[in-house]
Write a protein that binds this ligand. Structure first.
Ligand code: ADP
Ligand code: ASP
Ligand code: MG
Length: 422
């Protein structure tokens, strides 16, 4: 869980002017990918500053820098410790904050860049997937008092051992929301390479529509189920601290999408379709059909910190049954090994692993009160002759597991069923 943030007690005193607001602006990797883009961001930031606002900017590493750093690490040592991986990965954001600050200097505005630890990001000690515990905003406040634009490295912090940590892929969104929460910012803008949150990935589904607003709960599901546009932890934090987010493009002036608490009027039947290919299915075949089996099996996984997602159990036959479940791809080896051991111990038959699967989901607050939403999704898949391997549902989502090769076709088929046929 996200720990309580210190409230900026003196915020009223510092930012309480009639027209002065505190604005947090976050720019993703593609928004700062090259010199021209860096200057483009510098202009957006300084335009906001010129209007009399206090501005804190959070940036990610340029373009594919983080991926390139991961490749470099693997070249040297694929089994490197997570501590050293974080030391390397944090370097990406150090490059982008300094370059952006240089561009802002060149435009003639006062600016200072800060690494995560300088900006007060204190995290848990879990290297490569650290959680923000607290943002001690004193330094940021001091710099804002000096009328500086403050440029902060996203995705990173420091743990109690005074080591650099990173927050997991896509973590800069969370850095921005954390600052907005800790400082009670008036606005938190997430600038990216698309114009907002769409009904499906606009790069994959050409007629995906931009949403004007989306509720925290729906956005949280979409983000968790694979819509990369916002990191799910950032949405969780925005909901917890009631921070309204605006997702918009750094490259056009179009209005973006507002992520906020739901109002009844706005409930759409479906707000989006998401795809997640970072999943694998494990089937445990022919285990004894006795009480306590699922408990013992899944405790083997939870004790290793492995999250299980969709679960399917077959009807028992001849005293045995099969249990299938999905895990994230990075956990598949460890999970399968634990299941092999378990199957040996209980006299089961075998463990099957399939990494060529994808999870396709629909999300919408409206499905709580409308029957037949899942049926419509299944019909779309039937029309496209795509076989469903597993299904799971909750109040506001339906997910299916299918063959990975059909993933994009499935998203398109489901998207047109819900959005083209009305
Ligand atoms: P950034 O580098 O700005 O953090 P990301 O690459 O993390 O940007 O996220 C933006 C990308 O998310 C878009 O380019 C788009 O392809 C993808 N995306 C996936 N699903 C959606 C969706 N429903 N709405 C908007 N973008 C989406
Ligand atoms: N640079 C980091 C990543 O690529 C963090 C981010 O982009 O939000 O995952
Ligand atoms: Mg991102």
């Amino acid at each position: 869980m996200i720990a309580v943030f210190e409230s900026a007690a003196n915020k009223q005193k510092i930012y309480g002017g009639e027209n002065m607001s505190l604005i947090v602006q976050k720019f993703g990797g593609s928004s700062v990918a090259n010199a021209e883009r860096v200057f483009n961001v510098a202009r957006i930031v300084t335009d906001t500053y010129k209007k009399g606002n206090k501005v804190v900017v959070v940036v990610s590493a340029q373009g594919d820098t983080t991926d390139d750093l991961i490749d470099k690490a693997n070249e040297i040592n694929p089994n490197a410790s997570k501590r050293e991986k974080d030391m390397l990965l944090a370097a990406g954001e150090q490059i982008s904050i300094s370059l952006l600050a240089m561009a802002i200097e060149k435009l003639g505005y006062p600016v200072v860049s800060l690494l995560g630890w300088q900006a007060g990001f204190q995290t848990s000690s879990a290297y490569t997937s650290a959680r923000i515990k607290r943002v001690k905003t004193d330094r940021i406040e001091k710099e804002l008092d000096k009328n500086n634009i403050v440029v902060v490295a996203g995705f990173q912090g420091v743990n109690r051992y005074e080591d650099v940590t990173t927050l997991g892929r896509g973590g800069s969104d969370t850095s921005a929301v954390a600052i907005a929460a800790a400082m009670h910012a008036d606005l938190c803008q997430i600038y990216t390479d698309v114009e907002g949150v769409y009904t499906a990935d606009p790069r994959k589904v050409s007629n995906a529509a931009k949403l004007k607003t989306i509720s925290y709960d729906e956005m949280l599901e979409l983000a968790t189920l694979g819509a990369q546009v916002l990191n799910n932890r950032s949405v969780e934090m925005a909901k917890k601290y009631n921070i309204e987010l605006e997702v918009l493009s750094s490259l056009t002036n179009a209005p973006g999408t507002i992520v906020k608490e739901a109002t009844k009027m706005e409930k759409m039947l479906i707000s989006g379709v998401a795809k997640d290919t970072n999943v694998a299915r494990i089937s445990v075949v022919g285990v004894p059909d006795v009480p306590g089996l699922a408990f013992k099996m899944f405790s083997k996984l939870s004790s290793k910190g492995i999250n299980v997602d969709i679960i399917l159990q077959s009807i028992g036959r001849d005293g045995t049954k099969d249990i299938s479940f999905t895990v994230a791809k990075e956990n598949v080896k460890e999970a399968a090994a634990a299941m092999e051991e378990y199957v040996d111990a209980v006299g089961g038959k075998s463990v099957l692993v399939d990494e060529n699967v994808a999870k396709i989901s629909i999300v919408g607050a409206g499905m709580e009160s409308h029957a037949g939403v899942a049926t419509k999704m299944f019909e779309a898949l039937y029309d496209a002759q795509i076989n469903i391997r597993m299904i799971s549902t909750s109040e506001i989502k339906v997910s299916v597991l299918i063959d990975e090769k059909n993933a994009d076709a499935a998203v398109s088929a489901i998207h047109s069923k819900f959005f083209d046929e009305n």
